[in-house]
Design a protein around this ligand. Structure first.
Ligand SMILES: [Zn+2]
Ligand SMILES: [Zn+2]
Length: 270
């Protein structure tokens, strides 16, 4: 092809590409900078940051960031002392720090639903690295109370579960109901109060559909583990065979660090 024609075509492609960018603007789901349409959904810098976050090792049992040397078949140095922890394993994308935190906040508080599709992809990658993925019969999202739902732009956990289901071809089972509208866990810094806040606020919706099934609880975040613990109690009571959890992030709250040896004596593992 003559050089003049080739460069004209390149210029035309660039022009059309630029027009497409103007007509269909793409922004990075993490930092919001403009990006070419074919690079979506993240800019290259955020993509690198997320890849680094996902390489950080974490405990297979509780999802906390942990050095491999501190982990064994009973978990890590932290969860081995937690008698209440009763899920068989956790899959997570990363710790609750940027850029993962920006994606969660955007979805949860600003209603950015496209974050859910992207986080679903990242969670699916994390689950594919877990040996228990093939056991799963259903994904069970942590439910939002209907009054809370009216205050939020979206049910972020339901969106995450739907995105994950699409990636993994595993059905979503809305097997748990939130009966009590308790204050958000994010407003409570005490570990013991977080457990108290969610105690007894969930109930099984379709116990017969959970019975003898291996299920994976889906949530955006585990901090103390109080919510996952309560949901797993309900699922276990309904006859679930095995219970796992998949979250975007595992975080710690200050009191969680201080009270790492605290156990919850009235909630022993089954
Ligand atoms: Zn970015
Ligand atoms: Zn652990």
């Amino acid at each position: 092809m003559p050089a003049v024609l080739s460069s004209a075509l390149t210029r035309a492609r660039l022009l059309l590409g630029g027009l497409a960018d103007v007509l269909l603007p793409q922004t990075c789901v993490v930092c919001g900078v403009r990006i070419p349409a074919d690079q979506a959904p993240t800019c290259s810098e955020c993509q690198e940051n997320l890849a680094a976050v996902r390489r950080v090792p974490y405990c297979w049992r509780c999802g906390r960031t942990a050095k491999p040397v501190t982990m064994d078949e009973k978990g890590c140095g932290r969860c081995r002392r937690e008698r209440f922890w009763n899920v068989g394993g956790v899959a997570r994308v990363g710790a609750y720090d940027p850029p993962v935190r920006s994606l969660i906040v955007g979805l949860k508080y600003q209603g950015r639903e496209r974050n859910a599709a992207y986080l679903g992809e990242l969670m699916a990658t994390a689950l594919r690295e877990r040996p228990w993925l093939s056991e799963l019969d259903a994904l069970v999202p942590v439910p939002m109370h209907h009054l809370r739902r009216m205050q939020r732009r979206c049910d972020h956990t339901a969106l995450l579960a739907a995105a994950l289901a699409k990636q993994l071809d595993i059905p979503v089972l809305k097997g748990v109901l939130r009966e009590k509208n308790t204050p958000s866990q994010t407003r409570i810094t005490s570990r013991a109060q977080r457990f108290e806040n969610v105690k007894g606020c969930f109930a099984a919706r379709h116990p017969q559909r959970v019975h003898d099934k291996t299920v994976c609880i889906v949530d955006n975040l585990i901090a103390t583990g109080a919510t996952v613990h309560e949901v797993s109690k309900v699922l276990r009571k309904a006859g679930a065979k095995r219970i796992y959890a998949a979250v975007v992030a595992r975080s710690v709250i200050p009191s969680d660090v201080q009270a790492e040896a605290l156990t919850v004596p009235d909630n022993p593992p089954d």
